[in-house]
Design a binder for this molecule. Structure first.
Ligand code: NAD
Length: 263
């Protein structure tokens, strides 16, 4: 992020001013134990943001507050913002990052796949936003960053019907909430990554019998920048959207694709 801010604002005073926009801020990050989530938590803490981390197992994560639980538990999802607010004293930033992927066409999709994907990718962020927005509004504002996908924001990819549908749903919800809550000083935006080198992608390759390192190197050749994204490439954009540098962005969907758009 520091690299990004330096590019954004080569004048050092301005650079420091933007960095200081995180002074005293707090955040809640879901999926904090995953590839992108861990990078987001580390980037926020590098900026001295105090962070509450949420995931099924948060025991190994360095953070100020640990809120373990299952996002399919609606009481847990509903209560996360208040729990973070109570533990940190305020809630300025919410990063809805947790996600699951299911593969295959609808004819190979089970009821269990449906409940898991809709529950984690759509219902949980809906519940968490619904609970966080009034808390942020009472404080005078806040920033929410949701996690969609290139496959949700722009066009679907083949053979991942349920995943693409859930990512399109969170993209649309982000656009709606971005409009509806801007007047309360709450900026709601989403990142839309293409392929990222995380456990989600790597286990997918392994399940299909591919060596993840080899598959990722091959996939990188299809990206104009020459590699797929690392979690930090996504975390830097999340940090930008959470910062005051993104003060005029509401309801935007930012594709992070290394020059490889979906079509
Ligand atoms: P990941 O599998 O490394 O991390 C996902 C995290 O979500 C895990 O730590 C997992 O425990 C948590 N999670 C899942 N179900 C949960 C539940 N029921 N309760 C609590 N926590 C739960 O995946 P990642 O690649 O870091 O993905 C992060 C986000 O980025 C996801 O929303 C994903 O859809 C999105 N995304 C990833 C890619 C990619 O190529 N990796 C591309 C586009 C979008």
């Amino acid at each position: 992020m520091k690299r990004f801010l330096a590019l954004l604002s080569p004048v050092s005073d301005k650079h420091e001013e933007i960095q200081m926009s995180f002074s005293g801020k707090t955040a809640l990050v879901t999926g904090a134990a995953g590839g992108i989530g861990a990078a987001v938590v580390a980037s926020l803490r590098e900026q001295d943001v105090r962070v509450a981390v949420a995931d099924r197992d948060v025991s190994g994560i360095e953070a100020e507050v640990h809120l373990p639980g299952d996002l399919l538990d609606t009481n847990y999802a509903d209560g996360l913002p208040l729990a973070a607010h109570a533990a940190l004293g305020r809630l300025d930033i919410l990063v809805n990052n947790a996600g699951v992927i299911s593969r295959g066409p609808v004819t190979e999709t089970t009821d269990a796949d449906w409940h898991l994907s809709v529950g984690v990718n759509v219902e949980a962020p809906f519940r968490i936003c619904r609970a966080a927005i009034p808390l942020m509004a009472r404080q005078g504002g806040g920033a929410i960053v949701n996690t969609s996908s290139c496959w949700g924001a722009k066009a679907p990819g083949s053979n991942h019907a349920l995943y693409c549908m859930t990512k399109a749903a969170i993209a649309s919800l982000t656009q709606c909430m971005g409009m509806d809550h801007a007047h309360q000083g709450i900026r709601i935006n989403a990142v839309c990554p293409n392929e990222v080198n995380t456990p989600m992608l790597r286990t997918g390759f392994a399940k299909r019998g591919f060596d993840p390192d080899h598959a990722i190197a091959e996939l990188g050749k299809t990206v104009p920048l020459g590699r797929i994204a690392e979690p930090e490439d996504i975390a830097d954009v999340v940090l930008f959207l959470a910062s005051d540098a993104a003060r005029y962005l509401c309801g935007t969907l930012i594709e992070i694709n290394g020059g490889k758009p979906v079509s």
